[in-house]
Design a protein around this ligand. Structure first.
Ligand code: SF4
Length: 263
C-alpha cells in the first residue's frame, strides 16, 4: 500500500483505454488510460476528439480495465487530453496502479505543476512524459501553438518551467515537430532549457494529417533523415536524445548513428 492517503474516486471523464502498448513508454509494455478534456487547443493536437465532452465512468469500470491487463504489462500511462486536469482521479488511480505493483507514467503538458508535485511527493509516479512545445522564453510561440489568447503564453511557460524543475530525474521531455515551426533556433531554444538536467528528450515526427489545424494538415511531414540531422545538431546540449518516426520507430541519436547511416 502506498503511503499516500487514497480517497474514493467518484467518477472520471474517460477518454479511452488501450490494454497493451509498446510505444508509449520506451522499453516497457504498458496500458494507456486516456483522460478526456484539456485546457489547450494545440494546432497539431492529434487527440482532438478527446478535448471536449463528457463520458463519466465510475471507479469500478476503470479498475476492471486496468486489472484485466495487469498480467501483460509492467505499467500504466495516464494520457489524454490532460490527465492532470482531473487531479483527484489521477491521484486516486495512480494509488490504485501502485498498489498493483505496476509502474505509473503520466503524459502531460506541464500546465499543472501542483498536481505533479503531489504525485512526486507521494511517490505515485515513476516517469513523467512532459510535452515541451516551444522554447520556454518564447511565450508568444507557446500561446500560438496551444491556441491560447492574450497573455496566457506567459502563464503557460511559467508553469511548464516549474513542472520541469519538479520532475527532474524522472522525466522524458517530448517535442513534436512540424515543418511550419521547425527552425534550428527554435529547437535549440528548447534544448538550452534541458542543458544540465537529468532527462531524456525525444523529438517526435508530427503527423500533419492528424492535426487539429487545417494549415498544419496541408504540410508535408518531416522525414526521418531531417529529424536525425536536427537531432545531431543538438547533441552538444542534450546527450540523451532520441527521435521517433514512422519510418524507424524510436532510435537514439548519436554521432555514431550518423556515421553508420552515411556509409
Ligand atoms: S496536444 Fe496535448 S496539450 Fe495540446 S490540446 Fe492536445 S491533448 Fe491538449
Amino acid at each position: 500500500m502506498s503511503f499516500w492517503k487514497c480517497s474514493l474516486l467518484t467518477g472520471l471523464n474517460f477518454g479511452g483505454f488501450i490494454p497493451f502498448s509498446t510505444v508509449d513508454w520506451y522499453g516497457l509494455a504498458v496500458s494507456v488510460l486516456f483522460f478526456r478534456g484539456c485546457p489547450f487547443r494545440c494546432v497539431y493536437c492529434h487527440n482532438h476528439l478527446l478535448l471536449d465532452g463528457r463520458e463519466t465512468v465510475d471507479y469500478g469500470f476503470v479498475e476492471a480495465k486496468i486489472e484485466g491487463a495487469r498480467d501483460f504489462v509492467s505499467g500504466v500511462v495516464f494520457s489524454g487530453g490532460e490527465p492532470c486536469a482531473q487531479a483527484k482521479g489521477l491521484v486516486d488511480l495512480s494509488c490504485f496502479v501502485k498498489d498493483l505493483d505496476l509502474a505509473v507514467g503520466v503524459e502531460t503538458s506541464g500546465f499543472y505543476p501542483d498536481v505533479l508535485s503531489s504525485l512526486v511527493e507521494g511517490g505515485l509516479v515513476d516517469r513523467v512524459f512532459l510535452d515541451i512545445k516551444a522554447p520556454l522564453d518564447d511565450p508568444q510561440a507557446y500561446g500560438e501553438i496551444t491556441g491560447s489568447a492574450g497573455d496566457n503564453g506567459f502563464k503557460i511557460t511559467r508553469r511548464v518551467a516549474e513542472s520541469l524543475d519538479i520532475v527532474d530525474g524522472i522525466v522524458e521531455v517530448r517535442t513534436t515537430l512540424f515543418r511550419s515551426f521547425i527552425t534550428r533556433e527554435f529547437v535549440r531554444g528548447i534544448a538550452s532549457e534541458l542543458l544540465g538536467r537529468d532527462c531524456d528528450w525525444v523529438l517526435r515526427q508530427g503527423i500533419p494529417e492528424h492535426a487539429l489545424s487545417e494549415a498544419i494538415r496541408s504540410e508535408t511531414q518531416l522525414s526521418r533523415d531531417e529529424l536525425l540531422v536536427l537531432g545531431e545538431s543538438m547533441l552538444d546540449l542534450v546527450s540523451n536524445l532520441r527521435i521517433r518516426t514512422i519510418e524507424n520507430g524510436e532510435e537514439k541519436v548519436s554521432s555514431a548513428l550518423s556515421a553508420t547511416d552515411s556509409q
